[in-house]
Design a protein around this ligand. Structure first.
Ligand SMILES: CC(C)(C)c1nc(N2CCN(c3ncccn3)CC2)c2cc(C(N)=O)c(N)nc2n1
Length: 323
C-alpha cells in the first residue's frame, strides 16, 4: 500500500477508535494500541505534510496560540429558555401550549447539562466553524478550541450541511483533578465545572484545551426542518451523524410524567459524572413547535425546569459553622 493509502487508512481507523471511546464511551482498543497507531500516523504526516487529511486525529493534540477570537453572527439566533421552578409552573406551560393547538401534546424531557452552549456548522459533513452563544445573536469564533474536544466530530458520517447546538461541559472528575493541579501550582481554583469549561474555551492557547478533558452533549439541529418531523427524531438523526447525545432523554405524554421525571433526576443528579442544573422540556412535534412560535427571546414550546442550587459539602460546612 502506498503512503497516501496508509495515511487514509490510519486516519479512518483512529477516527473510528475516537468515536467509540469519546462519543459512545465504549473503547475498542487499549491505549497502547491507539498510541502506536497515532505515532505511526504522526510520523507519516510529518514526512508527507501535503497528505494530511482535514479530519486527522492528530489535530486533536498540541496546538497554537491564537491572536484573538473573531465575532460571529449566528445564522439562526441562539435563544434563551423560560424557567419553571415547580409543578404549577409546568402546568402553566402545558396549559399555554394547549391553548394554541388542538393536537395532543407529547413532550421530550432532557437533562439540562450545566455547561456552556455552543453552535457548530458543518459543510459537506466537515466541521467548518464553531462559536459560543454570546448574546444569542453574536458569539465568538472558537473553532480551533472546539476541534480539541474529542467528542466533537471533525467529519460526520454523511456529507450534510447542518448547524447543531450542544452544551460543552467539564466532567466532575476532570474538574476535581484540574483544581487539585491548580492548587499545587498556587493558581486560583475554579468555582464550578461550568466556570472551568468557560475559562478553558476562552484560552487562546489551543493546546491547553486539548489537555482539559472537556466534553459535549448535542441537543438541537438549528436548521431542523430538513431532518425529522419530531425533536426525538432529530436527536436520533444527530446520533446517526456521529454526534454525542445524552442517553437520558425521554418521550413523555403528560406534564405529570414530566414532573415525575424532574423529581426523579433531582434525586439522582449527584450520581452523574457531570453537573446538571435542571431538565429541559420540549414539545416533540416540530409542526406544533412552529404553531407555538417564540416570545421575544425564547420558544413557547420549551421550558427549563430548574433544580434548587446544590449545596456542596464545603458550602454546607460554612453554613453550619457560621450559624
Ligand atoms: C433549542 C432550545 C432553545 C430549546 C434549547 N436551548 C438550550 N439552551 C438555551 C439557553 N441557553 C442559555 N445559555 C446562556 C444564557 C442564556 N441561555 C443555554 C442552552 C438548551 C440547553 C440544554 C442543556 N443545557 O442541556 C438542552 N438540553 N436543550 C436546550 N435546548
Amino acid at each position: 500500500m502506498d503512503v497516501k493509502e496508509r495515511i487514509k487508512e490510519l486516519t479512518e481507523i483512529l477516527t473510528k477508535y475516537d468515536y467509540h471511546y469519546h462519543v459512545l464511551d465504549e473503547p475498542l482498543v487499549d491505549d497502547a494500541t491507539y498510541d502506536s497507531l497515532l505515532a505511526e500516523l504522526k510520523k507519516l504526516e510529518k514526512e508527507n505534510p501535503g497528505l494530511v487529511l482535514a479530519h486527522s486525529p492528530t489535530k486533536r493534540v498540541g496546538g497554537k496560540v491564537l491572536a484573538g477570537f473573531k465575532a460571529v453572527q449566528h445564522g439562526t439566533p441562539m435563544l434563551s429558555l423560560g424557567n419553571a421552578f415547580n409543578s404549577s409552573d409546568l402546568e402553566d406551560f402545558a396549559i399555554r401550549a394547549k391553548k394554541k393547538t388542538s393536537q395532543p401534546l407529547t413532550y421530550v424531557a432532557e437533562l439540562k447539562i450545566d455547561g456552556l452552549a455552543v453552535t457548530l456548522t458543518y459543510e459537506n459533513g466537515m466541521l467548518v466553524r464553531g462559536a459560543t452563544r454570546g448574546d444569542g445573536q453574536t458569539g465568538e469564533d472558537i473553532t480551533e478550541n472546539l476541534k480539541k474536544i474529542k467528542s466533537i466530530p471533525l467529519k460526520l458520517t454523511q456529507p450534510v450541511n447542518i448547524e447543531v447546538r450542544g452544551e460543552v461541559y467539564m466532567p466532575k472528575l476532570a474538574f476535581d483533578k484540574l483544581n487539585e493541579q491548580r492548587k499545587q501550582e498556587e493558581k486560583p481554583q475554579f468555582a464550578n465545572p461550568r466556570n472551568a469549561a468557560a475559562g478553558t474555551l476562552r484560552q487562546l492557547d489551543t493546546s491547553i484545551v486539548a489537555k482539559r478533558n472537556l466534553s459535549i452533549f448535542f441537543y438541537s439541529i438549528a436548521n431542523s426542518d430538513e431532518f425529522g418531523s419530531t425533536h426525538s427524531e432529530n436527536l436520533s438523526a444527530l446520533k446517526e451523524l456521529g454526534f454525542r447525545v445524552n442517553p437520558n432523554y425521554k418521550k413523555l405524554s403528560s406534564i405529570e410524567e414530566v414532573y415525575a421525571y424532574c423529581n426523579d433526576w433531582q434525586q439522582k443528579r449527584e450520581n452523574l459524572p457531570y453537573e446538571i442544573d435542571g431538565v429541559v422540556i420540549k414539545i416533540d412535534s416540530l409542526s406544533i413547535q412552529r404553531e407555538l412560535g417564540y416570545t421575544a427571546k425564547s420558544p413557547r414550546w420549551a421550558i427549563a425546569y430548574k433544580f434548587p442550587a446544590q449545596r456542596s459539602f464545603s458550602k454546607l460546612l460554612d453554613v453550619t459553622f457560621t450559624v
